[in-house]
Design a protein around this ligand. Sequence first.
Ligand code: GLN
Length: 206
Amino acid sequence: MLVGVLALQGDVREHERALAHCGAVTMRVRNSGQLRRIDGLVIPGGESTTITKLAIDLGLFEPLAARVREGMPIFGSCAGMIMLASRVEGGLPGQPGLAAIDMTVRRNAFGRQVESFESDVDMPAIGDEPIRGVFIRAPWVERVGPGVEVLATVPGPGALDRIVAVRQGVALATAFHPELTGDHRVHRLFVESIGANQRELMEEER
Ligand code: GLN
């Protein structure tokens, strides 16, 4: 199993470390040849406008969207979550998403005054223990389509619960950064989903 980490900008190394911890072999992805070789991809935290622009300029955005449509497992944290959206609010004019998950994501949603915060997040999909959520100019999910599972929420401004982790099929996204905490359960969930996906593909070939 080869897991790619999109390495255009952002906290690539932290994701590599977390994935290695889960027993995955990783490869940095910067071109479409590398993109073809991987069994799953992580889009790191960073700056979604920059990563999107670089991906478009390098001719990587469309091949990436194509692999998503083919059903490649993909995980995005923070900026990565924004990139997985079908619709982005508060981004650059017309900022495209990869539409891996049927959701509208609002950039920098938690607001300037609380640009960064940490909070314990209940996420039953990874176990009973809450995970420490590190939110850095984080987005939230404003709308999800019917096929999307909400995996976690946190109280946002006005004590309204805001969606911060979602899954749709083989696509997973968190508004926070599990790669920064040393808690590798989200990465393990993702690596396991790649394994399950590979077994399914092998079954289909038989
Ligand atoms: N605000 C950033 C963006 O729009 C995301 C921040 C992050 O990844 N920590 O991409």
